[in-house]
Design a binder for this molecule. Structure first.
Ligand code: NIG
Ligand code: FE
Length: 431
């Protein structure tokens, strides 16, 4: 059979193949490793996977890539980012280094609101231009698909601007971007003391923004695909002390669910308000952060099929040591996912390999569990497990070649970039 490309002789090829759904428990340690592995790619898809002997015996390709000595694996799927924003918060970072806390800075009108001011002031073109180099850095570190949240606009026009920026960057950049509406990221200053009124406003924004897809695609000249007409696919709420209550989150997420949006929730990052339980009650696609979640809540998540998106870059970024208990989530059979949470306040980190290094040390996840969490499980958390996140015949050819001799080096080393070559939809986009 003919193929466009064969990648062969990989020291280790990680297929991360799984029958259906995300990996849980002991299955997270099975990466479907093929020694001396090979991959045949035709157009955008994987057409063959196996040993070098098998694949070279079965396919003829115009192009061959010798991966001797290297690890080959699926691209990272980053399921939680705030990568679209304007400006930076280096000043706040220095204040935190000097002893101020994130929540003190937020209460004093800084934090998220400071990025909201910068993002509101930026034009669509500025926002796109400021974000593009961050996406370039993510791609260079192996991220081939990323979820992106709004939440720095906090009014209809500026949330819309953020959604259009996501659509524009999705059209321009090799990384596929999946949009999440996070109008409930903070109560904006103009609604201070009137949180419930802002919640009502967010609920009004929902249908306007979710259904504005065709209009925005006209704006950015984006190819309209029948399956992707929505400007936002998911809705998210920051449910925590100093942000939104469980009651407010429930109202917003129920309204989003009625519109057919998937649900995500910032849960238990600082205080346990019961947001993980709410995620289980609503059948959310994911609950994210989960630093202070109890075991009984983990079990409720497992029963409801809610995946846990853990974000160790945020705890590290805040200079804290109370990391989420990744081991406990694995033990309780919750599918665990890892994300960067890239944002200007708590975690400006474009590198998924660095997130894996943190997860191994502080979430007590094995290198294999961390890799499964950042690929296949992350794809499932975004409703894309059927065509992303593993190297299997029929799946999209989003493939990394790593400059390491063994996959465990991914979590073992840190501070340098192990990613040497990136293929997105079968096209070489890095290296
Ligand atoms: O996930 N928790 C809320 N949102 C972000 C922080 C965003 C910001 O500080 O700008 C987070 O940590
Ligand atoms: Fe976040």
């Amino acid at each position: 059979m003919k193929a466009d490309l064969i990648i062969h002789s990989a020291r280790q090829l990680l297929t991360i193949a799984a029958p259906a759904g995300p990996k849980r428990g002991a299955a997270m340690n099975d990466l479907g490793l093929v020694a001396d592995g090979a991959l045949a790619i035709d157009d955008e898809r994987i057409v063959g996977v196996g040993t070098t002997r098998e694949v070279l015996g079965q396919f003829q390709a115009r192009q061959k890539l010798d991966a001797s000595g290297h690890v080959v694996m699926p691209g990272f799927v980053d399921p939680h980012t705030h990568v679209i924003f304007a400006g930076d918060r280096a000043d706040e970072f220095e204040r935190r280094v000097r002893g101020a806390t994130y929540r003190e800075i937020m209460a004093a009108g800084g934090g998220i609101m400071s990025t909201v001011r910068a993002t509101r002031a930026a034009s669509l073109d500025q926002l796109v231009a400021e974000t593009r180099p961050r996406l370039d850095a993510m791609l260079a570190h192996g991220t081939t698909t990323a979820e992106v949240k709004t939440g720095y606009g906090l009014d209809t026009a500026n949330e819309f601007k953020m959604l259009v920026a996501i659509a524009a960057l999705d059209a321009q950049h090799p990384i596929d971007l999946i949009p999440t509406f996070l109008g409930a990221h903070a109560v904006p200053t103009e609604y201070a003391g009137r949180a419930d009124e802002y919640v009502a406003q967010v609920i009004q924004m929902l249908p306007q923004l979710a259904d504005a897809g065709n209009f925005a695609m006209g704006v950015v000249g984006r190819r309209v695909e029948s399956s992707r007409r929505r400007l936002a696919e998911f809705a998210d709420v920051f449910c925590d002390e100093g942000a939104f209550t469980v009651e407010q989150a429930r109202k917003i997420l129920l309204a989003a669910k009625q519109l057919g949006l998937g649900l995500r929730i910032h849960a238990d990052e600082f205080a346990n308000l019961g947001a993980a339980t709410l995620a289980a009650e609503l059948g959310a696609a994911s609950a994210d952060h989960l630093v202070v979640t109890r075991r009984d809540e983990m079990r409720a998540m497992a029963r409801a099929g809610v995946v846990a998106v853990l974000l160790p870059g945020t705890t590290f970024g805040l200079g804290q040591t109370n990391f989420a208990d990744g081991r406990a989530f694995v033990e309780e059979n919750v599918p665990v996912v890892l994300g960067s949470d890239i944002n200007p306040g708590t975690a400006w980190c474009e590198s998924m390999p660095f997130i894996l290094a943190l997860a191994a040390r502080y979430l007590k996840m094995t290198p294999a569990e961390a890799i499964a969490a950042a690929t296949l499980n992350a794809a499932h958390s975004l409703g894309r497990g059927s065509y992303l996140g593993s190297l299997e015949v029929g799946k999209q050819a989003d493939v990394l070649l790593l400059d390491v001799p063994d996959y465990r080096h991914l979590a073992y080393r840190f501070g340098s970039n192990p990613v040497k070559v990136v293929f997105k939809k079968g096209k070489r986009v890095v290296g």
